[in-house]
Write a protein that binds this ligand. Structure first.
Ligand SMILES: [Zn+2]
Ligand SMILES: [Zn+2]
Ligand SMILES: [Zn+2]
Length: 555
């Protein structure tokens, strides 16, 4: 296995890996890639680790969720064996020995048992994520070197990958040998890791090594002559895992597991990403959020784009050992420059007020007053993109919401290019910076956090009219901060549309707006989630709800 095979693999997906002075290396497009495309699918190096709190909810092998429709899946191993198509809700059963891991059927259990479960079933240390991940990586790499993974005799995991690749990717399928090779090339940053962490890693590595020898794990690889890898080697695995791991989330973006996806880890970070990482079962899917031109770098985001600069900087330096030079962060010098342009302005806008007013007074009554003034947009005003709007003379929650929604939503609905969209966005950033605003500033991340929790409370209380107003305000904030086709924006629109539809006080005006927001949700989720697989079923849900609303509108 060599760099040539990685290059061939990436080329088959229209991608190239080129060296970069700042970033070590980067993935660029070899051909134009449309927004909403699958760039590549990536497989896990070993079975991902489902969080202990989520274990009872997911099959360890196919990741399907308890209670989901047992007949609809393209990632299951032998879905038919689960009781036949259309048999209803998916049931999970525990391993009868450890009573800790759950499986949807015998086949999924057998795949896991032979692959890794028998080596961890009785291991009491498997509650520490580092321990668990390292042990799974060692087992996976050793089994691969022993030839236990025959690509022709596909294991359940391989079948799941094949199914996802067939329905999404166009290039060549990733072999496990390639996965392991790419893992070996990832940066581990051992030299600059925290000494206390290094001590912990050494203890874990030593323990796992001894434990696998006692359990008579078949270390047979030629290079090691039946010996397990050295403690130093195991520590390198753990360091690489730490700098390159992914949180696996479901289609609603709820995280449920951690995994190592070496090919997916080749993509660099940007706080304004043009691609997103999604999951189909255990397969990682990288999707484009915007059209990508030949030679352009494809970037995903390692952190939430909704957090402030200082927090992002700390997360990226602390976990991944780099300072971000993306269009939003820039380098130190350009960030200090008096005349900032474009995305550089965004973080100045969303940072808290210096007077500390921000974040105070968050009792329900005060918040209700804040949001009650918001006027919902008319459905028709969201359909046609016109010339730039005049910014309001004073920015408060109400004028901010209306300015952002009326300026940006029609551009998404009418399929404006990324350039047209960002130009409009930059105009907005500039006018928000220049226009006087009320205190606290209505568009900080602190306000966003408060508004989100107040939104959730109003959903719980089924206060639909209030929830519709807060939800519209949050949509305006999301459009200001996140890429327009970010899955978070699409998911939020779906929830907002339900609030509007439920708001009987709003009458047909609310129903018409609900329909418009559903169209927006569909447009965004088609890009972020696609129309196939488990993620695609969300778009179908939106459309099913749309037809209910359309019936009510009589169209
Ligand atoms: Zn399963
Ligand atoms: Zn067990
Ligand atoms: Zn950045």
């Amino acid at each position: 296995m060599s760099a040539t095979i990685l290059t061939r693999h990436l080329h088959s997906h229209g991608l190239d890996l080129v060296t970069d002075t700042h970033k070590y290396r980067k993935v660029v497009a070899l051909r134009p890639i449309n927004k909403g495309s699958v760039v590549i699918t990536s497989r896990p190096l070993c079975n991902p680790i489902i969080f202990p709190t989520h274990r009872a909810q997911h099959c360890e092998t196919c990741f399907r969720t308890r209670g989901s429709d047992s007949s609809s899946s393209d990632s299951g191993t032998s879905v038919a064996a689960a009781g036949g198509a259309g048999s209803g809700e998916l049931e999970l059963e525990r391993c009868s020995v450890c009573k800790k891991r759950y499986y949807c059927n015998r086949d999924c259990f057998t795949v896991a048992w032979k692959g890794w479960h028998k080596w961890v079933c009785q291991d009491k240390d498997m509650e520490d994520l580092d321990y668990e991940m390292l042990k799974m990586i060692v087992i996976s790499i050793e089994r691969l070197r022993n030839g236990a993974f025959k690509e022709s005799k596909q294991s359940g995991v391989t079948t799941a990958t094949a199914a996802a690749a067939a329905s999404h990717g166009t290039g060549e399928q990733e072999s496990l040998a390639l996965t392991e090779y790419v893992f070996s090339t990832l940066m581990g940053h051992e030299a600059i890791s925290d000494p206390a962490e290094i001590t912990k890693y050494r203890e874990i590595a030593t323990k796992i090594r001894e434990q696998l020898i006692v359990a008579k794990f078949p270390f047979k690889s030629e290079s090691s002559r039946g010996e397990p890898p050295s403690v130093a080697e195991l520590m390198r695995y753990l360091c690489r895992f730490h700098c390159n791991n992914f949180s696996i989330h479901d289609s609603q973006l709820f995280t449920m597991a951690e995994g190592t996806f070496p090919v997916g880890a080749l993509f660099n970070h940007s706080c304004r990403p043009n691609a997103i990482v999604m999951y189909e079962g255990q397969t990682q899917v990288v999707r484009t959020l915007e059209d990508i031109a030949v030679g352009q770098e494809v970037c995903t985001s390692y952190v939430d784009n909704g957090v402030q600069r200082a927090e992002r900087r700390q997360l990226l330096r602390g976990k991944y050992y780099f300072d971000c030079l993306c269009p939003r962060c820039g380098d130190e010098e350009s960030s200090r420059a008096a005349e900032k342009t474009g995305f550089r302005i965004l973080d100045d806008l969303i940072e808290g007020d210096q007077d500390g007013e921000d974040g105070k007074k968050v009792d329900g009554e005060w918040l209700t007053k804040q949001f009650d003034t918001i006027i919902l947009p008319g459905a028709r005003s969201l359909q046609v993109a016109g010339p730039s709007l005049q910014p309001p003379t004073m920015i408060n929650r109400s004028s901010f919401t209306s300015y952002l929604i009326h300026s940006l939503v029609p551009l998404i609905q009418t399929g404006a290019t990324e350039q047209e969209y960002t130009e409009r966005l930059f105009e907005i950033y500039n006018s928000l910076r220049m226009t006087p605003h009320c205190t606290p500033k209505p568009f900080t991340t602190t306000v966003m956090t408060n508004a989100t929790s107040f939104f959730n409370t109003s959903l719980e209380h089924q206060s639909w009219a209030l929830a519709s107003k807060i939800g519209t305000f949050i949509l305006a904030l999301y459009l200001m901060i996140y890429p327009r086709h970010h899955p978070l924006v699409g998911l939020h629109c779906f929830t907002l549309a339900k609030c509007l539809w439920n708001d009987v006080e709003g009458g047909m005006t609310s129903v018409r707006l609900s329909h418009e927001i559903l169209k927006l949700s569909r447009n965004i989720l088609t890009v972020s989630h696609g129309r196939t697989g488990q993620n695609g079923s969300l778009v179908k849900e939106v459309e099913a709800f749309m037809s209910v609303v359309e019936t009510e509108l009589g169209s």
